[in-house]
Structures are given as C-alpha cells and as structure tokens.
Design a protein around this ligand. Structure first.
Ligand SMILES: *Cc1c(COP(=O)(O)O)cnc(C)c1O
Length: 380
C-alpha cells in the first residue's frame, strides 16, 4: 500500500471518492505467484478489475489473461493486433482463455475468427460451439468442491466428474478438440484442501479419457480462488503453493501445461479507496458517519463479493464503534455497522480502505446519480 501521506496528497489533488492502484504491488503479486508456482502460467482473471492499465502492467510482467465476455476479450486483444499473422495463433492460446462456460451464439460467432481457447461444461454448449465456433480449442470445466470459499461457484458451473469423459468423447465425435480441463474451487478459498481434491479429480478424468481412447488433452487449468491476505486468518500463499506443486508434480507429467486464473490474488492488495465524510449523526445512540463512496460504487463487493472491508481514518483519536453509510438514499447502502473509528472526525475528514482492488470498482454502478470513484495509478 502507498504511504498514508501520499494517499492524502492524492486525495487533495484529485478529490474523493478516489481509488488508488499501486502498480508496484501488482508486479509484486505477479512475481510472488510465479515464484511459488513455477510450473503455472498465470492467466489474470480480468473481471476482478478490468482497468486497461492493470492489464498492461500484468501483460508486461508476463501474465496471460482469463476473459469472460467479448468486451474483456477486446481489452486484452489490443496486444495481439500488432503481431504478425503467423505468431497470432500460438499467441492467442498462450495469452487468452475465454473461461465463461456459457456463451451466446453471437459471442461464439465472433470468437471463432480468433480461434480462441474456450471452456464448456455441457452437451448443449458442444452443439453451439460446433455450429458457431468450430475453430476453437475446448477446455472442459469440472465441478469441484467449493467448501470454505467466500464466493461459491459450483452451483452454476462445472460438469460432474461422472459425466466428464462422456462430454470429452462427444466433443471429439463432433470434430472438436478438447485441449484439457479446468475448474474453480470458489473465490477467496481459505480451505486449501479444495485445490488438492480438485487436482486429484482432474487427474482421474484425464485417466478415464485416456482409457477410453482420447489422448489429445495437454493442459490443466487450476482456475482462480487464490486468497488475498484480507486478515491474519488467511494462511500464507506459499503454504497453498506447496500443496499445489506437490499434487501437480505427482499427478501430471511435465509435458502437461498448467494454467491458473488468479483474479483477486493479483489485484486485491493493489487497490486503496479513499472517501470523505459528508455527514455525521447519532442514531439510536450510535455514531454514524456518512461518506461519499458506498456499496453502489467502490464498496459494491460488500454485496456482490460477500467481502467486508475495513475503514481507517488518517486522523488519530479516541475511538468508538461506528456505523459507516454510503451516500445514496438507499438504506442498503451500509459499508459497515461496526467500524472502530475516532469519535471526533469531522465533515471533510478522509477515511481509507486497503486491499480493495478486486471486485470493487469492477462492479460500481451509477445508481442515484453518484459518480464512481476517480481512479489514479501510481508507480506505473
Ligand atoms: C472469477 C473467476 C476467476 C477469478 O477468481 P478469483 O477468485 O478472483 O481468483 C477465475 N476463473 C473463472 C472462470 C472465474 O469465473
């Protein structure tokens, strides 16, 4: 995180609400990911924060990208355009996976010209891909346990393991090529056994497909879910990495490419939100601060991401447990009912929240006419 003094200066210069992205922190996260998971190529999940400047910094650091819509695809595609045609094909699989298992016909038709790598998890999708994007490489998304994740995804996506080989053979019969398997253990997974189980499940599907005559799979995508260090209960990344490395080395030969789709891990710690106190009241005996950013803006992750953020004041002083409200007229717009903040903050004083880089500005809305936080980039 940037020094407090610098954050205050930025807020003075740009006004609030403000969202500060530290690009050194993005590079540090990418480097740590590579260091602890040397066999794994990181495909940054653009949905966590699709800011093109973030994509550029991670691209320059060596990252590839997981996209889930055509607009996200185009943010990354910027970098392909200028390559010679010959390099483009290899490049695209090395650099992009379209990891949304359900795609509209129109999306597939558009994707087909890029011959992209796309995920699927059901028979209907095979028929759609066959009709609209037959030049794609396919990756089968498996349903895996999401127990203990902050955000659960397994109810919406993933083929049951009992059905996986049938899907692979069906795609093969349709003349499509299944390049490998993927899964997602759930976002902010602090239960590291999810990864161990999922990698073992994928190894079993590889084996069954091979036994039934399908030998073209050459990649395993271990998805996202790598936790951000929101608090001290999150065990260190290197512990998770040690488990993952042990399983992939034990179960997957060296010629199988290993991909991952970290979103939160790359950006969460790189973002800081700064807001300003615009009102102050005592309700039912409790001190309430009203600030100019809320759950319809940068703090949208409180609703969509089930993430609780903490607020801190730049000013020090005797604290009380306070409520912090966002600026809209909706009573849902509560940042926190229990923040320990100085009791004597005044209108115009600033608050900040750390580790808010993921699933925050990405899902900001213009509800009630309040503008999104201004984004500033440091150490670019
Ligand atoms: C959201 C998502 C990710 C990123 O997940 P994180 O928990 O942020 O790492 C990766 N892959 C897929 C398919 C996703 O939907």
């Amino acid at each position: 995180m940037a020094p407090l003094k610098m954050l205050q200066q930025l807020a003075k210069k740009h006004g609030t609400p403000l969202f500060v992205v530290d690009h050194n922190e993005l590079r540090r996260n990418y480097t740590a990911f590579k260091k602890y998971l040397p066999r794994v190529q990181a495909y940054y999940a653009v949905k966590a924060n699709p800011d093109p400047a973030i994509v550029k910094t991670l691209y320059d650091a060596g990252a590839s990208f997981d996209v889930a819509s055509m607009p996200e695809f185009m943010v990354v595609h910027e970098y392909i355009k200028n390559l010679p045609a010959k390099q483009r094909q290899d490049w695209i699989w090395d650099k992009i996976i379209y990891a949304n298992p359900i795609k509209a016909n129109e999306t597939l038709r558009e994707l087909d010209q890029y011959k992209a790598l796309v995920t699927f998890d059901n028979f209907e999708e095979i028929r759609k891909i066959k009709q609209y994007a037959p030049h794609s490489g396919l990756v089968l998304r498996l349903k895996v346990s999401n127990t203990g994740a902050m955000v659960e995804l397994s109810s919406k996506f993933g083929a049951a393991s009992g059905e996986a080989a049938n899907l692979i053979l069906e795609a093969d019969k349709a003349g499509l090529v299944v390049e490998g398997l993927s899964f997602h253990v759930g976002s902010q997974t602090t239960n590291f056994e999810n990864f161990v189980q999922a990698i073992n499940l994928a190894a079993n599907v590889f084996k069954e497909a091979r036994e039934r005559g399908y030998t073209k799979m050459n990649l395993l995508d271990i998805g996202g879910g790598f936790p951000a260090p929101y608090d001290a209960t999150v065990k260190p990344f290197r512990e998770l990495a040690r488990k993952i490395n042990a399983e992939i080395d034990r179960l997957f030969p060296k010629d199988i490419q290993i991909l991952a789709e970290p979103g939160r891990f790359m950006v969460a710690t790189a973002g800081t939100a700064i807001s300003k106190i615009i009102g102050k009241a005592v309700r039912d005996g409790k001190l309430c601060y009203y600030v100019d950013d809320g759950v319809y803006q940068t703090f949208s992750g409180i609703l969509f991401d089930h993430c609780q953020y903490h607020m801190e004041a730049f000013k020090k002083g005797a604290t009380r447990i306070c409520t912090v409200f966002g600026p809209t007229c909706d009573a849902l717009d509560v940042i926190s009912m229990a923040e320990e903040l100085p009791a004597d903050l005044e209108r115009g004083d600033l608050l900040y929240s750390n580790n808010i880089g993921a699933y925050s500005v990405a899902s900001s809305t213009p509800f009630n006419g309040f503008p999104p936080a201004k984004v500033v980039h440091i150490n670019r």
